[in-house]
Ligand binder design. Structure first.
Ligand SMILES: C[S@@+](CC[C@H](N)C(=O)[O-])C[C@H]1O[C@@H](n2cnc3c(N)ncnc32)[C@H](O)[C@@H]1O
Length: 159
C-alpha cells in the first residue's frame, strides 16, 4: 500500500501513512495492552486505520485463543474488542476507509455477511467509535466529546 495518496494531501493535511512494520514495532512497545481484549485504544488522526486495524487483529488473536471454541463467546468478545477501539480523523474518505478496513477484519474473522445482526452491530459501533473531527489547531482550540462504551464484562452464574 502506498504511504501517500497525493502530494497535495501531504501538503494540506500532513497525510503520510505509517508502514505496517513500523505499526507492529510501535504496538510491540505496548504489547500486553495491544493483546488485551478490553484495553482501550484511541488514535487521534487515525487516517485509514493502519494502527487501529493492527490493534483489532491483535485483540482478535486473543479472542481466538480464549474463546475460539465457542461461537457465542467468540462473537461477543470480538464485538467487545471492536468497542474498545476509537479513532478521530479529519478527512471523510479516510474515516470511511478506516471503518471499512476494520469491519472487513471483523467480518472475515466471524464469517459475517452484511445481513447478519453482528455485522450491523459492528457497523454501528464503528460509526460511533471512528469519527470525523478536526482536532485542535493553533488558532482555534476546541473541546470534543467521545462517548466510551461501557465495556466491563459481567460474570454470570449458570446451572
Ligand atoms: C501523518 S497521517 C497519519 C495517519 C495514520 N495515523 C497512520 O499512521 O497511518 C495524519 C492524519 O491526520 C489527519 N489530520 C490532519 N489534520 C487533522 C486535524 N486537524 N484533525 C484531525 N485529523 C487530522 C490527516 O487527514 C491524516 O490522515
Amino acid at each position: 500500500m502506498s504511504l501517500v495518496k497525493t502530494k497535495q494531501r501531504v501538503a494540506d493535511h500532513g497525510e503520510v501513512f505509517t508502514p505496517e512494520w513500523m505499526v507492529e514495532a510501535m504496538l510491540d512497545l505496548v504489547k500486553d495492552e495491544s493483546e488485551r481484549i478490553d484495553s482501550r485504544f484511541l488514535e487521534p488522526a487515525c487516517g485509514s486505520g493502519n494502527f487501529l486495524v493492527q490493534v483489532l487483529k491483535r485483540k482478535l488473536v486473543a479472542v481466538q485463543c480464549k474463546f475460539g471454541k465457542s461461537d457465542f463467546e467468540k462473537q461477543h468478545y470480538a464485538l467487545l474488542a471492536l468497542m474498545c477501539i476509537y479513532g478521530i480523523e479529519l478527512l471523510a474518505d479516510n474515516i470511511a476507509e478506516c471503518r471499512a478496513n476494520m469491519l472487513e477484519i471483523l467480518a472475515d474473522y466471524l464469517n459475517l455477511d452484511e445481513s447478519d445482526d453482528f455485522y450491523r452491530a459492528a457497523s454501528h459501533v464503528l460509526s460511533q467509535g471512528v469519527i470525523g473531527v478536526r482536532l485542535k489547531t493553533q488558532s482555534r482550540p476546541r473541546r470534543i466529546w467521545i462517548v466510551f462504551y461501557l465495556t466491563q464484562t459481567i460474570k454470570t452464574k449458570t446451572g
